[in-house]
Each structure stands twice: as C-alpha cells, then as structure tokens.
Ligand binder design. Structure first.
Ligand SMILES: Cc1ncc(COP(=O)(O)O)c(C=O)c1O
Length: 368
C-alpha cells in the first residue's frame, strides 16, 4: 500500500512538543486523569477499580457503546464500533468500504486522511473546493454534478476542519439522499460535534439521517481527551460494522482497556466537561474576533461556528509558510500554514481551545 505523507501531522511532529504556544490545535484543553476520575459516578468508579488488563471486546466495552449510542437519536449500542481514535476509524472504514473502480466525493481544503485513505484504497476521488468567498459553503451543484454510477462514498466533515464551518441541515439531508439514491454511504466526520458555539446549530448526525449514514465521533476534540485514543463509528448499516471489524483485526484488534473506562467516565459526565470546554472556546473566540477586527489590514476572517479552529488569510505577499515559521521562531507561537492542506491561498489554521490562548495571542500580536 502506498499513501502520501500526512503533511499536517508531519508539521505537528516537528513543533507540537517544542513550541511553547500551540495556537492551532484542533482539540480543547485536556485534563488530568485524577480530575477525570473525580467525575466518575459510583458504579463507573467500580468498573475502573476492578479493571483487568486483558484483551477487550473488539467493538468496544458494552457500557461504552451504550453511552455512545446515547449521543444519537436513533442508534442502538450494537450499531457502534469503537476504534483507537477517529483516525483508525477513518482508515478502517474508508479502506473497507472502497476498492479500485469505486468513486468517492470529498471536500477540500480538508483533513487529509478523509480523501487520501480513499485514494489509497484504490478509489478515484473528486475533491470539491470550498471557497473563502462563499463563506466556505458547500457547492451543492458541484456535488450533484460529481455523482457517478460508481460513487460509493460521500465524505462530509461538519463542523469542518480547518474552517469551523457548518453545512446547512437542508444540504446535509440532500447529501444523505444523494448517497442513498446512488447506493452509496454518507460518511459524516463529526469529530467537532458537541462543540457548536450556539447549540441551536447542532446538525443531525449522519447515522440518524439515513441507513446509509455513518457518523464518526471521538473523545479527542470537544472532550479534550485525545490521549485516550477512543473514537467510534455509528451506523444503522450492519455491513459497515462487519467490514470494519474484519479490517480492525489487522490494525488494533481491540481498544485499550483503561481508555475505554476513562472514556465512559467522561461521557457520563459530558454535561460538566462540555460546558467547561464550550465556555473556554467562546471566551477565546471573542478575543480572536477583537484581534481580527483590530488587524483587518493584515488578515481576513470568516468566523467559525463550531469547534476550536478557524482558517484566516494573511493579506499581502509574504508566503504563509514563512510567516508561520517566523511566528514560531520569534514568538514561540505555532500556527498551521494552509500549505499543509495543499491550499495555496495564504491561509493558516488558528486554534482557540487552549487555556494559554490569551497569552499566545498577545505574543502573536506583539510579534506582528
Ligand atoms: C476532521 C478530523 N477527523 C479526524 C481526526 C482524527 O482524530 P483523532 O486524532 O482523535 O484520531 C481529526 C484530528 O485532527 C480531524 O480533525
């Protein structure tokens, strides 16, 4: 199997653990394990205390799958399969659903694995461009035109990385119908779900919309628990789970036992954790809005509506990669150049989910 380098991850590999201020992270501030354990209710604390460290059930701990199913309107626990993070779920699900001769549709700029894994599986991928001038909206006519008789997958990431944009619910419904009519699946990467800045903006999950819908979720982003490496897919199509399970036998086999229980604790305490994280994100976003207002001569800014990342554009002639490098060297502040998404437009990804954001932004502003 050949697959190109994951540019964004390689960039993080260079800087993530050396730059003092990460101002482009896509996850919110994490927490100490001791603080998470404090949130455990009695019965879940007992599961934690009695935990043994053998292999676990391949689709995930039954209590964990039950709790995850509660995030959806119409998903049963057996319609959930867990993975090591969302990334394993993307790899396994896309690889097991696609083969040479198939066609898939995805959007760009976007999270690289969402189209690269499809290509590595042998599928031809149509990338539909999202444009800043359109507020990063999905061009639905382009999707309709891109559909082919061999289209097997439409991949939509909402809330979106890197723009924080949300597709209108009506358009999401149309994507589900297009997939359904074509006998394809709609793969909804919903890893930033639950982190809408206004909860009325929460979209229906792909898995709830249609039998062909697959929802991807994870503990990393809205919960800030990326180190657990617990992600999942939810789908009402049993074939999706069967195929994924057969491939997962070649990747992780089953999930980390401690991580499963820690994820269960976090999901049961979700109202507390999510309220804290949403407050942090909205507070930081207000700071960022003020910053971009004050510096509108230097940057453009389409305000994200969910998650903790956005995709501003650097005005002028300085290449954005050079700008990002100068910022990390002079101010210790890491932003992610859009070139890591193969995007040529002078954009960079900014992240506003961390507690030291205000200090990072001050240093960034001073270094300008
Ligand atoms: C859109 C999207 N999907 C999937 C992932 C993978 O998530 P994880 O790192 O939790 O496996 C990410 C991580 O940044 C992402 O942004």
């Amino acid at each position: 199997m050949t697959i190109p380098e994951f540019k964004l991850e390689r960039y993080f590999a260079r800087y993530e653990f050396v730059a003092p201020y990460l101002m482009c992270s896509s996850d919110v501030e994490t927490m100490r394990m001791a603080d998470l354990l404090e949130l455990a209710d009695g019965p879940t604390r007992e599961i934690w205390d009695d935990l043994t460290l053998g292999y676990t059930e391949y689709p995930g701990h039954p209590r964990l799958r039950e709790e995850i199913s509660g995030l959806y309107a119409d998903i049963a626990p057996e319609q959930v399969t867990c993975f090591a993070g969302a990334e394993e779920a993307v790899f396994v699900t896309l690889s097991s659903l696609l083969q040479p001769g198939d066609h898939a549709i995805a959007f760009w700029p976007g999270y690289q694995s969402l189209y690269e894994v499809a290509r590595a599986a042998g599928a031809e991928v149509t990338l539909i461009e999202l444009r800043e001038a359109d507020g990063w909206a999905v061009d639905m006519d382009a999707v309709r035109k891109a559909m082919r008789p061999n289209t097997k997958l439409i991949v939509v990431n909402a809330p979106h990385n890197p723009t924080g944009a949300l597709i209108p619910p009506r358009d999401l419904r149309i994507l589900a119908d297009l997939a359904d009519d074509a006998g394809a699946h709609l793969f909804g990467d919903e890893v930033y779900r639950l982190l809408e800045h206004d909860s009325v903006d929460r979209l229906p999950a792909a898995a709830d919309l249609a039998t062909c819908g697959i929802s991807l979720g994870v503990m990393s982003k809205a919960f800030g628990l990326a180190g657990l490496r617990i992600g999942w897919i939810a789908s009402r199509d049993p074939e999706v789970h069967a195929r994924a399970a057969a491939l997962k036998d070649y990747t992780s086999i089953c999930n980390s036992a401690p991580s499963e229980v820690l994820a269960l604790i976090a999901l049961k305490a979700r109202e507390t954790i999510l309220a804290r994280n949403r407050a942090l994100v909205t507070e930081n976003l207000a700071r960022l809005d003020r910053f971009f207002l004050d510096h509108s001569d230097r940057f453009t800014w389409v305000r994200p509506r969910a998650g903790c990342i956005g995709f501003p554009r650097l005005r002028g002639d300085v290449p954005v990669e050079q700008f990002a490098e100068e910022m990390v060297e002079r101010a210790g502040v890491l932003v992610l150049p859009g070139t890591m998404y193969d995007h040529p437009g002078g954009h960079f990804r900014v992240g506003f989910g961390r507690r030291n954001f205000s200090e990072a932004l001050e240093r960034f502003a001073a270094a300008l």
